[in-house]
Write a protein that binds this ligand. Sequence first.
Ligand SMILES: Nc1ncnc2c1ncn2[C@@H]1O[C@H](COP(=O)(O)OP(=O)(O)O)[C@@H](O)[C@H]1O
Ligand code: SF4
Ligand SMILES: [Mg+2]
Length: 378
Amino acid sequence: MSLLEVKDLQTSFFTDAGEVKAVNGVSFTLDRGKVLGIVGESGSGKSVTAYSIMQILAPTGKIVSGSIKLDGQELVNAGEKVMKDVRGNKVSIIFQDPMTSLNPTYTIGKQLMEAILLHTDRNKKQAKERAIEMLKLVNVNEPEKRMKQYPYELSGGMRQRVMIAMALACEPDILIADEPTTALDVTIQAQILELMKDLQNELGMAIIMITHDLGVVAQMCDEVIVMYAGSICEQGTADEIFYNPCHEYTKGLMRSIPTADTAGTRLQPITGTPIDLLNMPAGCPFAPRCDAAMKICLRERAERMEINDEHMASCWMNVKKGVEDGSITLEADEEKTVELESVPEEAAQEQTIEAEPAAEEIMQEQTAEAETEGGDLQ
Ligand SMILES: Nc1ncnc2c1ncn2[C@@H]1O[C@H](COP(=O)(O)OP(=O)(O)O)[C@@H](O)[C@H]1O
Ligand code: SF4
Ligand SMILES: [Mg+2]
């Protein structure tokens, strides 16, 4: 049994404009001591997935269906008492901006000690010792002095270290880090990641590392989930995702990061903007931005397909490849085969499709305003 098992999670926000399906059928497992990366552009549902696990959604947000099991215990509809215990003792979260979670009116020491007193059975004196120890653990210099300081007196990097210390105060089984270094400059980012890696080795907790930065994933993660428009488009071991990406969106993300070969050249951001979650298309949500889109991509979503034991992806390209090399037969669904085959001169055009008139119309509709704005990874 895995430490965390998330199955077909669906979380929506019920807004005046309608139901926003922020997380739409997400499934994954996390084993003790492992690091799982969740990557994807801004708005893809990474944070909402994490907030669903913690059940700290905005009032309009609701887990519509699915299951979240922590150590075998179902958390969906488990009630506030169970969730308090989860949040207090089992799962901690570090947010992107530490200022939103540190109280500006209390000293670092008071906040840290409160967290320790709340989550462990230490007395006040022991809590103070532990707080200083925690600050040392996260490499905060002059910890005794820091204890008496207020959050605004510390640098961004220091505050993030204090946040990590707070999150670790309850000695969690799982630490969720939601873009923990995005607000920091590159050198400090690297130091914080290094620190998290060390802590993970030392304390043996599992980490869910949410990021839009594939470099962070490469450095930290065992397993990776790639999210797009609320769904998982690809998941597998970090090696598989990096060296054998099997979804056009992941391939796009890969092209947009600098490598030794592309250093100094312009990155290729994925053009277009993500899909409107209020008006989800029937087909692949990435289709309006996908150079390889086929007719069928606009009509139907590709199912999750096992690439190998360590790798799943939902992209029609894999079906197409399978049909071409004979490993997949689609005889039962003649129409699908025709649609996969109807890509004009695919080899010559390197899988770039000149969409047929009907398909083109849909794509234009979906990319109406996307043309002018270049999407980036943030
Ligand atoms: N409080 C909210 N009310 C309505 N919609 C929301 C709210 N929070 C998030 N969403 C929707 O959920 C989507 C996913 O958000 P989020 O998980 O925060 O993305 P990210 O991958 O950047 O962390 C957003 O694009 C947004 O449409
Ligand atoms: S399913 Fe089709 S549109 Fe979606 S990523 Fe794959 S090739 Fe592109
Ligand atoms: Mg987020």
